[in-house]
Design a protein around this ligand. Structure first.
Ligand code: SAM
Length: 350
């Protein structure tokens, strides 16, 4: 196992600076852009965003659990971005939230979103639309900027806070949504983030995430659905491999299998890496994390949405209404969401 304070990890951090800065720059830029863009409802991926959010509500709703009935519920959001999951934390009754991301612009945006909703006034009138859709946060939150694939959480938090935050650890749930795949460039990075997850979690706590499906990628290879430019996808999303993927779909090394990912109106050919799920599962065992749940997005939605339909925010549900009057994704969106899976691991012990 890696000792994260060694000279070795400092060297690899320097070597990895390139990809980190590409990713950081992309999310910094996106944060500024989305502020300027205004209405999100006109986005071509509006329905897909709502669908992905519904998936995260379901995953967190089913798997974030407090230690004991009166114990505070502490939630650690790794690669928290602009704080898109803060509403979900209110939904699952979190008491304390900690968000960390490498993009300083995103972290600032997350903090501002939190502050606005923390201070929000909710009219008590049950007829009022605002009271029904209210997003007032009843939890405390703190945010930090740092590279979670090269530094330990104590190292990151030390730079941002002074010791007081230690009392919040170990936490009940660690979440890493739509981000883990950036770490799969090297084994060192993956082990650093898994160390961060495992050391942060209490026994019985959950590690909840969403990543691209290696099974989906393999099936694209086996069905020969790649173009000559080593690309698959549709008008909404595409995946372009850096190297020709192996014909049998089994990559020589589980790390460093790079592709550029494009999602209309969201991600502009940003490099990410295949996450071979079986490698992830076995590595997690090394860190005392046992697989509890793994499901692709369409199945999560179809199996769980009946339980969540009445619980989810009206705007979110309305935002998934299809042309045929049903709810969910349609057309090109179907394949774009099938690219992802949700997973849950539990920290051993009791
Ligand atoms: N989790 C959020 C969500 O679901 O809305 C944001 C997901 S966004 C697709 C990916 C995030 O991963 C970005 O905010 C990016 O800055 C962050 N990220 C990428 N590499 C990182 C690293 N090494 N350390 C911390 N955050 C990182």
């Amino acid at each position: 196992k890696t000792d994260y304070k060694t000279f070795q990890s400092n060297i690899s951090h320097k070597e990895n600076k390139d990809i980190n800065s590409i990713v950081r720059q992309h999310y910094n830029q996106r944060t500024h852009q989305s502020k300027l863009q205004g209405s999100r409802t006109r986005s071509p991926i509006y329905k897909m965003r709502n669908f992905n959010n519904a998936i995260k509500y379901i995953l967190l709703g089913n798997w974030v659990k407090r230690r004991a009935p009166n114990a505070p519920l502490v939630f650690l959001d790794l690669c928290c971005g602009k704080g898109g999951d803060l509403n979900k934390c209110e939904f699952v009754n979190v008491d304390q939230y900690i968000g960390i991301d490498i993009s300083d612009a995103s972290v600032r945006e997350a903090f501002s979103r939190y502050s606005q909703n923390k201070a929000r006034f909710i009219p008590q009138n049950p007829q009022s639309k605002r009271s029904r859709d209210s997003r007032r946060y009843n939890f405390e939150a703190c945010f930090a900027t740092g590279d979670l694939f090269s530094y330990t959480i104590p190292e990151i938090l030390e730079k941002n806070f002074s010791g007081i935050i230690d009392a919040l650890f170990p936490v009940d749930a660690v979440s890493i949504q739509f981000s883990f795949h950036y770490a799969w460039e090297t084994e060192d990075k993956v082990r650093t983030i898994l160390t961060n997850v495992s050391r942060s979690l209490r026994p019985g706590g959950t590690f909840i995430g969403t990543i691209p499906s290696s099974d989906f990628i393999r099936s694209k290879i086996l069905k020969k659905e790649f173009t000559e430019e080593r690309t698959f996808g549709n008008d909404l999303y595409h995946v372009r491999f850096e190297q020709e993927p192996p014909e049998d779909g089994h990559f020589e090394s589980p790390y460093g299998n790079r592709y550029d990912y494009f999602l209309k109106d969201a991600v502009d050919d940003v490099p990410e890496y295949v996450v071979p799920f079986e490698t992830l599962r076995l590595l997690c065992e090394d860190y005392g994390l046992i697989l509890k749940y793994k499901q692709n997005f369409p199945d999560i939605f179809n199996l769980e949405i009946p339980n969540y339909f009445s619980k989810l925010n009206k705007n979110l549900v309305d935002g998934m209404k299809r042309a045929d009057g049903k709810y969910g994704v349609e057309g090109d969106e179907k394949e774009a969401v099938a690219f992802y899976i949700g997973f849950v691991f539990e920290k051993v012990g009791n």
